[in-house]
Design a protein around this ligand. Structure first.
Ligand code: EPS
Length: 391
């Protein structure tokens, strides 16, 4: 079984991750994890914080000489910004008068509900952990899970399909390498230009922008997740993972909301006869299901889209009320991103990798990579038509 925890405040000493359940014998390096951490920090519309940070996960345990031990993998991403916050974020008590309390609540963030729930007089006690800085931890954990699934040929991609009201024209085939050069991680060059302009307009207006990002997972085996209980359904688990990403307000799998406008004959993915299969048993005419049917992966690519609201920290502060007095006052502002949509793709990939690695380990188990690989192969060898298998 795979499980993980993250810890850390946005301006504390650092972000900590602990992952348990990755089998022994997997090649894993800090450099490999660093690639996705770097990808997450990029994208047009990011704020000044990303100029301060150079995220790198130091592996503290669970790996020896470049190979996992089967023991918990723990990692630390140090916050470079910590040195500007040693007093305000000190774990040791400081003089009460020196604490710069934040009481101007930001609409759209956890400030109000969190501060009331945890009974604080300083919203910083909530906003530090509620910050999307935590997604760096998810990306580090996700990179470990990607490394694991890579051994089975599973691949992860993501791209921006909308920013503000600008839609991308998504081509049939996406050049994933070229995409990484796009400032907004969009495969449509003309659309990308408009997205950049929209971000500039929002910045000039002291405002923020949301959008839609799509993740795709390739070469997923048929049979992860299960139809038998609500909390085992793989689409439900993916949706929960996506909704847990900061700013996410909606999730679609495959045809999603669009399929409600079509008739059943246009939506369901026709099962093709043997002559039309390629390298694996079973094939479909389309992939409107987005890789899951009945809560089970169906062997097609997983396609998941998330809707991100514009981030809640606005340079031109929204009207708000003060935590202590309830009186009208503009919301708190330090600094912020204008748009995090391009970076969100990497977080989608990470969360997909975590959910699928967990589901794969449930199905195939194994304490060592050799054992997991044997179990995986012996199962995938049996997924073809029954009569062919028995002959
Ligand atoms: C983030 C770090 C944060 C924000 C952003 C994500 O840094 P700071 O608050 O120091 O500027 O830039 O957080 C949010 C979008 C949010 O809503 O909290 C990061 O590393 O991704």
């Amino acid at each position: 079984m795979l499980r993980f925890l993250t810890a850390g405040e946005s301006h504390g000493k650092g972000l900590v991750q602990v992952i348990e359940g990755i089998p022994a014998g997997l090649d894993l390096s800090e450099d490999y994890i660093a690639v996705d951490l770097r990808r997450r920090q990029g994208g047009y519309g990011r704020g000044r914080r990303q100029k301060i940070e150079q995220d790198r996960a130091e592996i503290l345990s669970g790996v020896r000489h470049g190979t996992t031990l089967g023991s918990p993998i723990s990692m630390l991403i140090r916050n470079r910004d910590w040195e500007n916050w040693t007093e305000q974020m000190s774990a040791e008590p400081i003089d009460e008068a020196a604490i710069q309390k934040v009481t101007r609540l930001r609409p759209g963030h956890a400030d109000l509900a969190g501060t009331v729930k945890y009974d604080f007089d300083d919203t910083r006690n909530i906003l530090e952990r509620a910050s999307a800085r935590e997604t760096a931890s998810r990306v580090a954990v996700g990179a470990v899970c990607k490394r694991f699934l890579e051994e089975f040929g599973v691949g992860f991609h993501s791209h921006t399909v909308q920013i503000g009201d600008v839609d991308a024209l998504v081509p049939e085939e996406i050049d994933w390498d070229a995409l990484e050069e796009s400032p907004v991680r969009c495969s449509d060059a003309a659309g990308a230009e408009k997205m950049v302009a929209a971000i500039d307009n929002a910045r000039n207006a002291g405002d923020t922008l949301g959008g839609v990002v799509e993740g795709r997972v390739t070469n997923v085996p048929m049979g992860l997740g299960s139809h038998i209980q609500w909390d085992r359904k793989i689409d439900g688990r993916l949706a929960q993972a996506m909704m847990s990403i900061h700013s996410v307000k909606g999730v679609e799998i495959g045809g999603g909301f669009g399929s409600t406008r079509l008739t059943g004959s246009k939506v369901h993915d026709v099962i093709l006869p043997r002559e039309q299969w390629s390298d694996r048993p079973w094939a479909r005419a389309t992939n409107n299901a987005g890789g899951t049917e009945g809560g089970i992966t169906d062997g097609q690519d997983i396609i998941v889209r998330i809707a991100l609201k514009p981030i809640a920290t606005l340079p031109r502060s929204l009207p708000s009320a003060d935590l202590m007095t309830g009186e009208e006052i503009p919301a708190h502002y330090e600094r912020s991103d204008v748009c995090v949509v391009p970076a969100a793709g990497i977080i989608v990939e990470a969360m997909c990798a975590i959910v699928l690695a967990e589901a794969a380990l449930e199905k195939f188990g194994g304490d060592s990579m050799g054992e997991t690989l044997r179990n995986w192969r012996s199962y995938t060898d049996t997924t073809g038509p029954r009569s062919l298998r028995e002959s």
